[in-house]
Design a protein around this ligand. Structure first.
Ligand SMILES: NC(=O)c1ccc[n+]([C@@H]2O[C@H](COP(=O)([O-])OP(=O)(O)OC[C@H]3O[C@@H](n4cnc5c(N)ncnc54)[C@H](O)[C@@H]3O)[C@@H](O)[C@H]2O)c1
Length: 397
């Protein structure tokens, strides 16, 4: 594949994630090109079924090639990359059409609604030789990059136990209306599918290990909801909360928790990692630092300065480990961070991949399919109230 100096992109679905991450990421590529001489990037077309949004975004960005039909995008021969920023039930059909047209793809998570569909996308992209990216945004959080460096570098030794939480709340959980997006047909699941892909990916990326078995419990607390802007009610067919225990290759275990009922909170994303030689505490709310206890001396020190509470017989402390600030290189890996406008987008990494680089941080359709496989296993485990081993058979799930 010859490296092109000018890359044209079409964005399909010009809603929240397109505006927040994909479009700014592509625009950033041109700043980057001025600095290091990479290819220039042009957003050349927009597609959205919502004509009003489409026209408004076209006017805002000065783009005249606008269509409500993604098939028209596939027929545009000069388009190199398509960004798929639509709801999950459309990712498979749009991606398969893009692959058939030889386009490179940056697709949002979850990659598809089910593992067989995600695997089909992954296999087709591989066969066609197109480059892929998946919106596992949180790899780009500077503290997550530092955790990846520490774990893969062996600073924590052998990883024994992990706890990964990603939840979202608010004040109106119980009263929230039903929307198409809050159905299994459109999204595949609730917080397990909205938030879970990020955490499954992060644990796989940090440890370099695949998940080999899961045991899950899903709960739907509010069983019926009223449709948004309508008078009628319907049964809810997605979970409000999902908790699962996962075994990874080796002896690592991880407890995952995803929920949309954490009253009065926004997005809460935290991971704890405990290994034979150290531990770390990651919190998305503190993106530029980690709490970590590394090396034999530090492990002893942390244990000894923990305040022993004779009443409870426990070491109790608000801040158990010293704070490690994130090195500058990880902040710089976030597009726009140096310019004071951070944007967690894989657009620059995908463009670099088209130019012959292999950005280690870039999640591909392979990562998307592996995460999807875990989500399907979690649904199966919860439905059948049993452990489910992975890999699943992609033909029969
Ligand atoms: N990576 C992240 O951190 C992150 C964050 C939020 C959302 N997402 C993902 O991004 C995707 C989109 O979410 P959003 O919040 O941007 O939704 P959104 O509703 O804001 O935008 C989706 C847009 O797609 C359009 N659309 C729907 N079907 C279409 C079709 N067939 N052809 C063309 N346009 C179509 C809609 O009209 C809408 O404008 C979802 O998969 C979601 O899970 C990822």
């Amino acid at each position: 594949m010859s490296a092109k100096e000018h890359i044209r992109v079409a964005v399909i679905g010009v809603g929240g994630i397109a505006r927040g991450q994909h479009i700014p990421g592509y625009l950033f590529c041109n700043d980057r090109a001025q600095g290091v001489g990479g290819p220039t990037v042009e957003i050349a077309a927009f597609c959205d079924v919502n004509e009003t949004s489409l026209q408004a975004m076209g006017a805002q960005h000065g783009i005249s090639r606008l269509t409500t039909d993604y098939c028209e995008v596939m027929a545009m021969e000069d388009i190199d990359i398509v960004s798929i920023c639509t709801w999950p039930d459309t990712h498979h059909q749009i991606a398969m059409a893009a692959i058939a047209a030889g386009k490179h793809i940056y697709c949002e998570k979850p990659l598809a609604r089910t593992y067989p569909l995600a695997q089909e996308m992954c296999d087709a992209a591989h066969r066609a030789g197109v480059k892929t990216a998946v919106g596992f945004t949180h790899r780009l959080t500077p503290a997550a990059q530092l955790a990846h460096r520490l774990i893969t570098g062996g600073s924590l030794g052998e990883i024994y136990q992990m706890m990964a939480i990603y939840s979202m709340g608010g004040v109106d959980f119980a009263e929230r209306a039903l929307t198409p997006r809050r159905t299994r047909a459109v999204t595949g699941g609730g917080p397990l599918f909205e938030l879970g892909p990020h955490m499954v990916d992060m644990v796989r990326w940090w440890t370099g290990q695949e998940i080999t078995a899961v045991c899950a419990q899903n709960r739907t607390y509010i069983k019926r909801r009223r449709w948004q802007d309508r008078e009628d009610w319907a049964d809810v067919d997605i979970e409000d909360a999902s908790t699962f225990l996962a075994n990874l290759e080796g002896d690592t275990t991880c407890v995952f928790s995803h929920s949309s009922v954490i009253t009065g909170r926004n997005f809460d994303q935290r991971v704890e990692v405990y290994g034979s030689r150290g531990a770390l505490l990651y919190d998305q709310a503190r993106p530029f630092e980690l709490r970590a206890c590394l090396g034999e001396e530090m492990v002893r020190l942390c244990a000894s300065y923990g305040l022993y509470d004779p009443l409870w017989g426990l070491y109790r402390q608000e801040e158990p480990y010293p704070v490690i600030p994130v090195p500058r290189e990880f902040v710089d890996a976030v597009p726009g961070a140096r310019q004071g406008k951070p944007c967690r987008s894989y657009a620059p990494a995908l463009v670099a991949a088209l130019h012959g680089e292999t950005p280690e941080i870039l999640p591909t359709f392979e990562d998307g399919a592996r995460a999807q496989e875990v989500l399907d296993a979690v649904l199966l485990s919860a439905e059948e109230r049993r452990w489910v081993d992975l890999p699943l058979d992609s033909q029969s799930t």
